[in-house]
Design a protein around this ligand. Structure first.
Ligand SMILES: Cc1cc2nc3c(=O)[nH]c(=O)nc-3n(C[C@H](O)[C@H](O)[C@H](O)COP(=O)(O)OP(=O)(O)OC[C@H]3O[C@@H](n4cnc5c(N)ncnc54)[C@H](O)[C@@H]3O)c2cc1C
Length: 432
């Protein structure tokens, strides 16, 4: 069984702003209601655990349909997350459905991504993306989706962690722990819910670990950089996929002229090169001339990288045995190079809301999601393994240099299917 993701020396998913602060935290448009008020009678129709993309998507759609929704998010303030922050065409379609259209994303600072470069050693191949994409920091995106959930009528309880989730004769009992001194009364308390949606992302609740997945030995790091003006201009509108010994990285611009470098490395390969971020950064630049060029005179914007390990890549939940709706990374974990994890999270949240409103069961939901995602996730996992293994990595980069369409084909075939997307968009217009 898979232990909860462990921090890999730097603190996981926390932001340590360096002297030059990177993206000031977006402010909530409403003052946070007190936990005591949100938990008034300690019972709710629908409890959503986790306010990332999957949890917020479900909360928005369920609250809009008039359901009583309580969303529980452990962080008090918006946080940076380990994520490449590449928003695929499908992710953009779901965001539009939730109320974040192209104009709203532009206002938030999202930047267009039109092309992909694949870089390894001194070789670089280039292809247009087969779809329009964007990038935006998770701190900004997640904060706005939570605000949309509140504006749609969901109660959002920030700074409170769900410790456990247990079935009862009438639904669920959820044990909570609050971070905030002001909501001490919520600490150590339980809440009952008729329906529970689990959307805690990479973090497993106690007694609910996900299996290890098919590529579990990767460690992920993320760092923001301010590039030199010349390199920032060269990166504009591009996502760059960088291959190196034992791993791969994505470099792309996000809002405010900042670049996000997010990488995955095999744990053994990381130990072999010294085990720490500076060793990894050096290795990536030694192995890839393009990254060396990009990071010349660049300034890191976080004191330490964000990091996370033990991610169960390749896992797709087959069914729901105990009546729980599992969303996002709790339902399926696709290798990161595809840039499709966010669209899967948004898809699963939207699909769960549509099926719940139609009176369908969590088992039917989980089966449908499994059928929609398993081929895509399996293919992406095979490709991800190939990118890490030296002979296949060299073969792939050589082939991509000759036939750049190979990159576009890989990008297209590892996306959420057009039918699954169309079903969600259609469910929106069909009365429950
Ligand atoms: C290295 C890396 C790069 C990636 N790059 C991309 C990319 O470029 N594009 C892309 O589309 N996808 C990418 N992904 C995948 C993407 O980040 C995830 O698939 C997506 O964030 C999953 O969304 P989620 O809502 O399931 O979980 P999350 O976004 O992780 O949200 C879970 C929420 O639950 C909260 N939470 C956790 N535990 C508790 C608890 N006990 N109680 C209450 N709240 C809790 C957390 O604070 C968090 O806000 C990447 C992933 C990795 C690891």
């Amino acid at each position: 069984m898979n232990p909860a993701p462990k921090p890999c020396h730097p603190a996981p998913e926390s932001c340590h702003p360096a002297p030059e602060s990177c993206h000031p935290a977006p402010e909530s448009c409403h003052p946070s209601p007190k936990a005591e008020d949100l938990l008034l009678d300690r019972t709710t129709d629908i409890a959503i655990l986790g306010g990332g993309l999957a949890g917020s998507a479900a909360a928005i759609l369920l609250a809009r349909a008039g359901r009583d929704v309580l969303l529980i998010e452990r962080e008090t303030q918006p946080q940076h997350k380990v994520c490449g922050e590449f928003l695929s065409q499908e992710a953009l379609a779901y965001l539009n459905l939730l109320g974040l259209d192209a104009a709203a994303l532009t206002t938030l600072g999202a930047v267009p991504i039109r092309s992909v470069r694949l870089a390894h050693g001194t070789s670089v191949s280039h292809a247009q993306l087969p779809f329009a994409a964007r990038s935006l920091t998770r701190r900004t995106l997640d904060a706005h989706l939570l605000q949309l959930a509140e504006a749609s009528g969901a109660r959002v309880l920030r700074g409170t962690r769900a410790l456990s989730l247990d079935p009862t004769s009438t639904g669920w009992s959820i044990h909570l722990e609050s971070k905030e001194a002001s909501s001490a009364s919520a600490a150590g308390q339980s809440l009952t819910a008729t329906t529970a949606l689990l959307a805690t992302g990479k973090h497993d609740l106690s007694k609910r670990p996900r299996p290890r997945g098919k590529q579990p030995n990767l460690v992920a790091f993320k760092m923001y950089f301010r590039l030199s003006p010349q390199q920032a201009a060269a990166l504009q509108s591009h996502v760059e996929l960088i291959l190196f010994r034992g791993g791969y990285a994505g470099l792309q611009p996000v809002e405010d002229g900042v670049a996000n470098l997010c990488c995955l490395v095999d744990r053994t390969a990381l130990q072999r090169i010294g085990g720490r971020w500076p060793h990894l950064l050096r290795t990536m630049q030694q192995d890839c001339a393009l990254l060396r060029e990009r990071l010349h005179n660049a300034t890191p914007l976080l004191e330490k990288p964000l990091a996370i390990a033990s991610i169960p890549y390749g896992y797709v939940r087959p069914t729901a045995t105990d009546g729980l709706w599992s969303l996002g990374d709790q339902a399926a974990v696709i290798p990161s190079f595809t840039g499709d994890g966010m669209s899967i999270a948004l898809h699963s949240g939207s699909l769960a809301a549509a099926m719940l409103l139609r009176g369908q069961t969590p088992a039917a939901f989980q089966r449908q999601l499994h059928d929609e995602l398993s081929t895509q996730v399996a293919l992406a996992t095979t490709l991800s393994r190939g990118l890490l293994w030296t002979p296949t990595r060299s073969l792939f980069t050589a082939a991509a240099t000759l036939w750049p369409t190979l990159i576009t084909t890989a990008a297209r075939t590892t996306r959420i299917s057009p039918t699954a997307l169309a079903n969600i968009l259609q469910a929106r217009t069909t009365p429950a």
